[in-house]
Design a protein around this ligand. Structure first.
Ligand SMILES: [Zn+2]
Length: 164
């Protein structure tokens, strides 16, 4: 089995961790305010741990200039969604809405980050204990940088694996 390249693994690990953090922050803010952006066709806003995507087919609802949405909750009109909700376009309004709970993308990025993290740790451990990155064959005694005698994998450069 081909293992992902260390650089890709590291990029995945940090990017998905950063995205997860952004989503957690957005969730926190969405507990006391509504924020988002609207254009003439789109209205995307985050509130109570949900992302509401609203598409206006006629493009006349919100004016032509994109504007940021920032509202404080006045009254607790809590509308929490725990699954994707979508409203079909209605002929008299001609809009479509989709509500996505933030935990969905959040758990995806947490899982991705956790998996990449685990692979990264395992790879570093294998590298430090002189095991082949691909088949875990013991490379002790071989010249550093030489190919694995079992599967002929070239070990990754130490600068990539041994940072941190
Ligand atoms: Zn090998």
């Amino acid at each position: 089995m081909r293992k992902p390249h260390p650089r890709i693994r590291k990029a995945t690990k940090w990017t998905s961790a950063a995205l997860a953090l952004i989503l957690i922050a957005a969730w926190g803010v969405s507990e006391f305010s509504i924020f988002g952006i609207r254009t003439n066709h789109w209205n995307v806003q985050v509130y109570f741990g949900n992302v509401l995507v609203y598409y206006d087919h006629s493009g006349t609802s919100f004016g032509l200039t994109p504007t940021w949405i920032w509202l404080r909750f006045d009254d607790a009109n809590e509308d929490r969604s725990w699954w994707i909700k979508s409203s079909p376009p209605m002929p008299w309004f001609a809009y479509t809405t989709v509500t996505i709970p933030l935990w969905m993308p959040l758990s995806f990025f947490l899982l991705l980050s956790g998996t990449a993290w685990r692979f990264d740790t395992l790879a570093r451990r294998r590298n430090q204990s002189h095991l082949c990155q691909n088949c875990s064959y013991n490379l002790t005694g071989l010249k550093p940088g030489s190919n694995c005698p079992e599967c002929n994998t070239t070990p990754p450069p130490l600068s990539v694996e041994c940072k941190e």
